[in-house]
Structure formats: C-alpha cells, structure tokens
Design a protein around this ligand. Structure first.
Ligand SMILES: Cc1ncc(COP(=O)(O)O)c(C=O)c1O
Length: 440
C-alpha cells in the first residue's frame, strides 16, 4: 500500500468527508506544494486547477503568507473578540482600500457561510424586514440561513429551511431560463427582480443576495448591464443589495471583486476563500456606512468566540499585500485570453463540449449530448452513469494528476492566480487529453 493510501485509511476511520457519501468520497492527497502545484504523499506532482476549493488564489507554499502566520503565532495567537491589536486594525484599513466604493466597515467571522449568515441577520436588523430574494442556481453556504438562501440542490438537505426566501432566475445565457438569446433579450433575468419584489411586497423584503459571478453552479458571466440593473431596481424599491463574492472575490475574475467589472457598489459584500488564500479560516462581511450606521446606537446582535482571530487577520493582511505586490489580479486578467483561447480550442476538437465561457481565471466547459439542442450531458441534480464519458472524466483527470472540478455536466478551470501561461495551457491540454480518452 502506498504511503498516501495508508494515511487515507487512517484518516477515513475517524474523520468524515463533506458533501458526499463516505464510500463515494474522492480524497485529495496533499502533503505540500508550491505555486499552482501541490505534491501528494508519494511525491506525485499535481496541477491545481481548482485552487483546492477556489480559495488558494495566491498559490501553495507562499513564503510571505507562511512567515506572516509564524510571526503572528509568536507574537499573539489568541485574543478576545474585542481585543485591539495591530493585525486586526491593519486588515480593516486594507479591506476598506480594496472593497468597492464606500464599503468601509467589516464583520469578521470564519467562513463564507458565516459571512452570508451574518449578512442575512444584519439585513433584517437594519431594515426591520424579514424576507430575502436569491437566485435559483446559487450557493451561499452550508449553515442553516446560508443554505436557505442557496438555490441549488444542497438546500434540500436542510429543508424546511428559513421562511421567506423568494427566487429569481440566473443570467445563464447558454441555457436561458426564459428561452431567449443575449443579443435580443431584454435582460429578463435582471428585470424579473422588480416583478418578484412587486409580488412579494417590497416593504417586506430586506435584501437581495447575488453571487458576483456564479461559481461552481455554472460560472455564468452576466451581460454587462446585468449588475447595474439589479442595483437600480434595489435602489428603486429601497431594498439592500448583497454581493456574495466568496467565490468571485480576490482576483478570481481579474478584478478585486466581480462587481468592479460593472462599477456596482453593493450595500454589503460577503468574502472568504481568497481573503487568506486558504491559509487560515476567515470570512468577512463588508458594509457601506449607511448600513454600519445602524449599529452606532443599536446592539449588533452577532459575534463569535474566534471573531477576528489573530492568525487569520495577520495572514489576510499579508495576502492583500501579496496580491498587490505581485500584481496577481492584473495577471489573472492578462491570462483571461489564454484561458478563453484554450477553452475554445478544446470546444473545437470535442463535439461533447457545447459551450465554453470565462472571466479572469474562472473558466467553464459545459458538456452536452446534442450541441444544436444544447442538451446537458446529465440532467440537473442527476448523477452520471459511471461508465459514460462524463462518469469516467474525473478519474481520467486524476490519472493525469490534474486537480479539477467536474460538477454536474460542467468542468471548471480555476487555478491559482499565480499560475504561468505555460502551466495554464498544460492543464488545458490535460483536459483535452482526458476528453479524448473518455469519448474514444
Ligand atoms: C459563492 C459562495 N458563497 C458562500 C460559500 C460558502 O463558503 P464557506 O465554504 O467558506 O462557508 C461558497 C463556498 O463555496 C461560495 O462559493
């Protein structure tokens, strides 16, 4: 038995895998890494096309992030939620510099789920209203409130969830829920928000939750007027707009935040993942002054023991400097054409690829059984037959030591932003090879 297999067996005996039946779990063997590559316990090198789980945006083994953790651990590793210390103050200042518009006040928690959970609570406290609107194919986290906001099937594991979540459709142009085409539609996916608000009674709705760019539910890149339309409708109806940038933030789309592409300032913004590049557990909820002002004299009924954990603050503060100093966000934007050209080349060679799309270093391949009809290779929420091309694809990618997410009928390309153009092209060629193998 290999060292990796022996370790996995020990671990599996006592520690659960998430979002899977234990017998179907796919372990990720990782002992260390550098940049876009990680190594397994047998010394094998893997190209990380998923940035672990869309969080290791800076890349593996970054010496500055490791040093920041070590220095903070030596100085102060444990502190009260109300503690005052340098890394916490510095992180607040830097977040205020990089977040959109006048967002300048932050609530610090442990995960993207908690950022959304607290956004929901704060939206209710600030507006005195209880209902919310979210999208159908969204994911906002695993806790009860965040899972209730979530539109995708994971939500059903927690149902009946939170009362009062209404849905709008997604800007999924390739499979438009309204049966339209982006060059001729009237952006019904965005304008539908006004209709749903009217139906729900806007005076009962606290907020609208929308991912900056949808992550692993489809990498839907919205048309340029989509986000500005949502902003206008929320302003017209006096409803808070919350951008969930847990996935799309910290450079994933080639800007600090996806909403920056369209010049939109949400009332609140949820962050996690790339904020520490996955080097510590941190979620952040940012808010504009008009939201934060509510808590000047009203109690903020929210908190946690490990609020603003010193290690998380220190590594997030250093991560922001690394993104800036190494020009990682500009680099991600510069690699977008390489990604798109590579995806198009794969599409040209494989009839099974119906659509490719991308923004920054978030790429999506959509696999179909019929290109003209745009029929997904597997129905929504269904599992692929293990002997089908789609069923065999994850193993074909793993055999090439490419860590890359296949979810439903889609394949996602989300490497660390520090990846080189050559490694990006190499990884895309591995997907190309794997598709050739499984469709042969
Ligand atoms: C858009 C979005 N929101 C929220 C979350 C939840 O974040 P976490 O897993 O850190 O709780 C995720 C995680 O994938 C996400 O992609």
């Amino acid at each position: 038995m290999s060292a990796a297999d022996a370790l996995e067996r020990r671990q599996r005996r006592h520690v659960l895998y998430t979002w899977t039946a234990q017998n179907a779990a796919r372990p990720v063997p990782i002992a260390g890494g550098e940049g876009a590559w990680f190594v397994d316990h047998d010394g094998g090198r893997w190209l990380d096309f998923e940035s672990q789980v869309f969080n290791c945006n800076i890349g593996h083994g970054h010496p500055r992030l490791i040093a920041a953790l070590q220095a903070q651990a030596a100085e102060l590793a444990c502190a009260h939620p109300a503690a005052v210390f340098e890394a916490k103050a510095a992180l607040g200042e830097k977040l205020a510099e990089i977040t959109p518009g006048d967002i300048d006040t932050f609530f610090l928690c442990l995960s993207g789920s908690e950022a959304n959970e607290n956004a929901l609570k704060i939206a209710r406290m600030v507006t005195g209203r209880s209902k919310v609107i979210a999208r159908r194919r969204s994911y906002h986290g695993a806790s009860m409130g965040s899972l209730s906001l979530t539109g995708d099937r994971r939500r059903m594991s927690a149902e009946p969830g939170l009362w009062g979540v209404a849905r709008i459709e997604d800007p999924y142009c390739y499979q438009c829920p309204f049966g339209l085409r982006p060059d001729s539609c009237a952006r019904q996916c965005a304008t539908q928000l006004a209709h749903v608000l009217e139906m729900e009674d806007p005076s009962t709705v606290a907020a609208v939750f929308v991912e900056g760019v949808t992550g692993a539910n489809g990498g839907f890149v919205p048309p340029p007027d989509y986000w500005p339309t949502l902003r206008r409708i929320c302003d017209d109806y006096g409803v808070l707009l919350v951008a969930d940038e847990v996935f799309s933030g910290f450079g994933r789309t080639g800007r600090w935040f996806a909403v920056d592409h369209w010049g939109v300032v949400p009332d609140m913004i949820c962050m996690a993942k790339g904020v520490t590049s996955g080097y510590a557990a941190l979620g952040v909820l940012g808010m504009r002054p008009h939201v934060a002002a509510h808590f000047a004299d009203e109690t903020l009924w929210a908190g946690l023991t490990t609020y603003a954990h010193p290690l998380a603050c220190a590594v997030a503060s250093e991560a922001i400097d690394v993104y800036r100093d190494e020009g990682l966000i500009e680099h991600a934007a510069a690699l977008e054409p390489v990604l798109l050209a590579g995806l198009e080349a794969i599409k040209a060679r494989h009839p099974i690829v119906g659509d490719v799309r991308g923004i920054g270093l978030l790429g999506t391949l959509e696999l179909v059984s019929d290109r003209d009809a745009r029929t997904p290779l597997v129905g929504y929420g269904a599992k692929a037959d293990p002997d089908s091309p789609l069923g065999r694809l994850p193993a074909a990618l793993r055999a090439r030591r490419l860590h890359c997410l296949v979810r439903g009928h889609m394949v996602f390309v989300t490497p660390p932003l520090s990846i080189t153009a050559a490694d990006l092209e190499h990884g895309l060629s591995l997907i190309d090879d794997a598709l050739t193998e499984v469709t042969a």
